[in-house]
Design a protein around this ligand. Sequence first.
Ligand SMILES: [Zn+2]
Length: 304
Amino acid sequence: MRIAKRLIIFCCIALLLMGCKKDDEIDVQAVIEQEKEQEEKERREEERKHKEEEERKEAQRAQEEEEQKEAQRAQEEEERRMLEEQQAAMNARGGLTVVLDPGHSAVVAPGTEPLGPGSSEYKAADASGTSGVASGVREYELTLNISVQLKAELEGRGYTVLMTRESNDVPVSCIERANVANNAGAAAYVRIHANGSENQGAAGAMTICTTPGSPYASELYSASRNLSDCILNKYCEMTGCRSEGVWETDTMSGNNWSRVPVTIVEMGYMTNPQEDLLMQTPEYQSKIVQGIADGIDLFFGFAS
Ligand SMILES: [Zn+2]
């Protein structure tokens, strides 16, 4: 470009020199000076543009950096808030006692007990329970196995957990079981059982609570029904088990003697070969435990 310009200027000067009289001769030096000035001007302009571009890029980099920092600050704030919420939920759960009752025992409590407080009707103090048609496992073994895992899970979430029995060799009557929950001032009493039926095709899970007209625990009905709904829904959601719904009955001594919200969880039928074997697998047991724990969380209003 510059060469071309110079060439043009040179030609112009030559023409001028040829076309002009000697006394009108153009001051060549002045033209060259002018040209130099022009070049210097262009160079400075280019420099200015370059500097501007650099400044613009720098400003953009600074802005991006600031945005990144802001996003990081927001993320850290969100993480801190979540941790605080988790800690608050853990603390809140710590103030709640959940009593777990692993159904039945290898040593069945002898004798009979009133069906409920003030009842003249008596029932066996405990029963031997059912057993797995395919697995051969006894119900009391399965209920203790699940309860031990559930206790650990609930404690991990922050709850205070007590059990009505921790071995298979102790006889515990229905009233004694309920009194563990009553004496602890439990916020929830969750009784773990598995079902049995003469019909091997019967399958699915249910929860059991007292009726609204219970002569023993009518004031606990709405809480016990809510506990039953929460656990059954979360249980079936987690395990994929068929729901048989909530059974309301006043024929369960252990429920009638409870002074705190109570439910029986019938996890599935041990008399159904498929369900029996499924309930013996560690993977399904883990879902059972998660489902019941999620139901308990839901009952207390915690997001699990
Ligand atoms: Zn049972």
